[in-house]
Write a protein that binds this ligand. Sequence first.
Ligand code: HEM
Length: 207
Amino acid sequence: MSDRELCDQVMTLLVAGTEPTGHALAWAVHLVATHPEVEARLHAETDRVLSGRRSPEVTDLARLEYTGRVFTEVLRLYPPGWMFTRTTTSETELAGRSLPRGADVLYSPYALHRDPRLFPEPGTFDPDRWSPDRARLVPRGAFIPFGAGNRKCIGEHFGTVEALLALSTLCARWRLRPVPGAEVRPRPETTLGTGPLPMLALPRARG
Ligand code: HEM
C-alpha cells in the first residue's frame, strides 16, 4: 500500500469503526430508559447470566439472547447508516423504472425498516419481533443495518459484539434515566445520532 492508501484505510476504520457503534449504543440507552418493561427484562437477563459479575465476557453473549433482540430492534428503528447511494454500472431497471448507466440511486435503511408492509406497527420499539418465530417472517433484504452486497459492513460482527458487551455492562451497573425536559431528536448527519443525550446514571443495587 502507498502511504496515501494506508492513511485512507486507517481513517476509514477510525470513522466507520467508532461512530455507528457509538450512535447505536446511544439510541439503545435512550430506548431502554424510556421503555421500563424492556429495561426490566434486560436487567433480569443480565443478572441471571452474569450472576454477580460486573461485566460480561464474549462467551456470555450466546446466553444474552434478549439483549441481542434489544440491540437488533435498536438497529431497526435507528440504523446509524440511514441513507446510502449506489451507482449503476450498466443500464438497468429498478421498480419499473429504467435507469441509465452511471445513475446515482439513493436508498434508506431507515425508511425501509419503518415500512409497515415489512414490519407491523413499525414505530413501536418491540424487541420481541426478533424472537426466533417472528424473526423468520421478516423478508430477506428488509433489514439491512449493515448494508448488503459487496460493500456490506466488514465490522458487523465486531461492532455487534462491542455494543452487546457495552450494553450488558451498563445494565449490570446502572439504571439510566432520561433527564426531565431533555428532548431527543434524530440527527440525520453522515450517521444517525441522538444529539446531546443527558441521562441520570443511578447505581443499581447489587444483589
Ligand atoms: C453497530 C455498528 C455498525 C453499523 C450499524 C455499521 C453499518 C455500516 C453500513 C450500513 C455500512 C455501509 C454498507 C453498504 O454501503 O452497503 C458500513 C460500512 C463499513 N463499515 Fe460498518 N457498521 C458498524 C460498525 C463497524 C465497525 C466496528 C467497523 C470496523 C471495525 C466498521 C467498518 C466498516 C467499513 C470499513 C465499511 C466500508 C466497507 C466498504 O465500503 O467496503 N463498521 N457499516
